[in-house]
Ligand binder design. Structure first.
Ligand code: SF4
Length: 479
């Protein structure tokens, strides 16, 4: 692989910005490289110089935007543009940049920020300053506008989301990078785990009373919460009814993603607790793929679980699909999308395969070319439209196939408020359980303080009381 050496004379860290852009040209950082990339500042400009034995020195400069001069975001933006200019010049290659220079996980946060700064709809700004293609710039603007209409900014420090993390699954999917473990088989261990969760919930109830927080959503995720056996799962639901049956909570979601651990008993427990949204996730409608990715259920198990929820009192079903699973062609994905359409869930989330370093499949060759993946993402959008849905949240990940995006669609009025709260980070999130994160946004609306619970259950248990103190401190200055 070709390499470069970064020499940063700026006051902020630009390593990630340069690395992300250089990777588009197949270049990786290496301190021994004689291909030196030097960044410095001259007045209101950022300067990039390329010094390499095989080229005459190359110099590019770009002016910081007046209104946003000196912010680290603005300097990083210019650094990315300059990196692209240099590598395009020396390689003669122009990469396809449908998302422009946006590489962050939460691109709509930028749109909210620009709107808060009075930019109105920043469609042209995204195209001109961040090089986004028009359709993606428009998509981000439409999502941000919809989110603003669904979640008022007025009470944004009080209207929190509560997340309970159950970090267990029945087996490990080979594409998974979440820190979940395999569920202990004996119910006693599961009950012991729930004893910790109960203490955690009680502490949160005290916290929201003390700080005047009004949670509007409750989300139980993981892992797979339904991997608990029937009795412990029923206990978890009863705990939610006992402690978190608050009038302000309008939305109660349970991730029941894996049909291999779904049951009628769990469905009844959810109905009794007032759950009004459930995720049942096929990921694909091909048995062969399910086997390859280590999910111990068949497509027919998925249909059974889906029909059970459909016949229940729970009104909203979310379905997740993944584009780019091993061995799948465009035709296979088209079939899965068509099946999703036939079943007509209220929410559909179309993911693009991401293989992080901690995923068992990391490093394996992708089955789908970027362009095919891109066509399928567009096809997912068409199917969602045919179902009367609109995109309402979006996120991207590093190592994502084709540098595309995960997009959540919903029928109007059925959007998940929790998904927006969690993704946009403009409202507090109170995390319960191992691996959960509590987030308190700062007054500027764009930064936050965060507390992550330990991933390891024993570490979580050993530090529970001190974690409660830290979480209380996190929400100390709530307005
Ligand atoms: S069900 Fe979800 S969290 Fe569990 S192993 Fe599979 S991808 Fe990971």
């Amino acid at each position: 692989m070709k390499t470069y050496r970064l020499i940063n004379n700026l006051d902020i860290d630009i390593t990630r910005a340069v690395c992300d852009m250089a990777a588009l040209y197949g270049f990786a950082p290496n301190d021994a490289s004689d291909f030196k990339l030097v960044f410095s500042k001259e007045g209101a400009c950022v300067k990039a110089e390329l010094l390499a034995s095989e080229f005459a020195p190359l110099v590019f400069t770009d002016l910081l935007d007046d209104a946003r001069e000196e912010t680290s975001g603005e300097i990083n933006r210019i650094v990315k543009l300059l990196t692209i200019a240099i590598f395009s010049k020396v390689t003669g290659f122009q990469p396809e940049l449908s998302w422009g220079i946006l590489t962050g996980v939460r691109p709509t946060k930028l749109v909210h920020k620009l709107m808060d700064e009075g930019a109105g709809e920043p469609l042209e700004y995204l195209q001109n300053k961040y090089l986004l293609h028009e359709e993606n710039a428009r998509l981000l603007c439409n999502i941000a506008k919809l989110q603003k209409s669904l979640l008022s900014d007025k009470k944004r420090f009080q209207e929190a989301g509560i997340y309970i993390g159950i970090p267990f699954c029945p087996s490990r999917c080979s594409y998974c990078s979440f820190p979940s473990g395999i569920i202990p088989r004996d119910e006693e261990s599961q009950q012991n785990f729930l004893n910790l969760i109960e203490q955690d919930i009680e502490n949160v109830v005290q916290l929201i009373g003390m700080r005047g927080i009004m949670p509007t959503s409750l989300y139980i995720g993981g892992g797979t919460p339904t991997s608990l056996a029937d009795k412990p799962f029923a206990r978890l639901m009863k705990m939610c009814s006992k402690y978190l049956n608050l009038p302000s909570i309008k939305e109660f979601t349970v991730e029941a993603g894996r049909p291999d651990c779904f049951s009628i008993s769990k469905l009844h427990s959810m109905e009794n607790a007032g759950v009004n949204r459930v995720s049942v996730n096929p990921q694909t409608f091909h048995d062969g793929t399910l086997k390859i990715i280590g999910r111990a259920h068949s497509v027919s198990d998925f249909y059974k679980a889906y029909e059970l929820v459909r016949g229940s009192e729970i009104p909203i079903i979310n379905m997740d699909l993944i584009i780019g699973l091993p061995g799948e062609s465009e035709r296979d994905i088209e079939f899965s999308l068509t099946e999703a359409k036939r079943l007509a869930p209220e929410n559909l989330t179309v993911h693009t395969l991401t293989l992080k370093k901690s995923a068992p499949l990391f490093g394996s060759k992708m089955s789908l070319e970027s362009q095919s993946a891109s066509r399928m993402v567009a096809r997912g959008m068409e199917i969602a439209k045919e179902l009367g849905m609109v995109p309402y949240y979006l996120y991207r990940q590093h190592y994502m196939l084709g540098h595309l995006a995960n997009i959540g669609y919903a029928r109007p009025g059925m959007e998940s408020v929790y998904n927006i709260q969690m993704m946009e980070e403009r409202h507090p999130i109170i995390g319960i359980g191992p691996s959960s994160a509590s987030k308190m946004p700062l007054a500027d609306g764009h930064h936050l303080n965060k507390l992550s619970m330990p991933k390891n259950v024993q570490t979580y248990k050993d530090n529970l009381q001190s974690l409660f103190v830290k979480r209380r401190e996190l929400f100390e200055n709530i307005k």
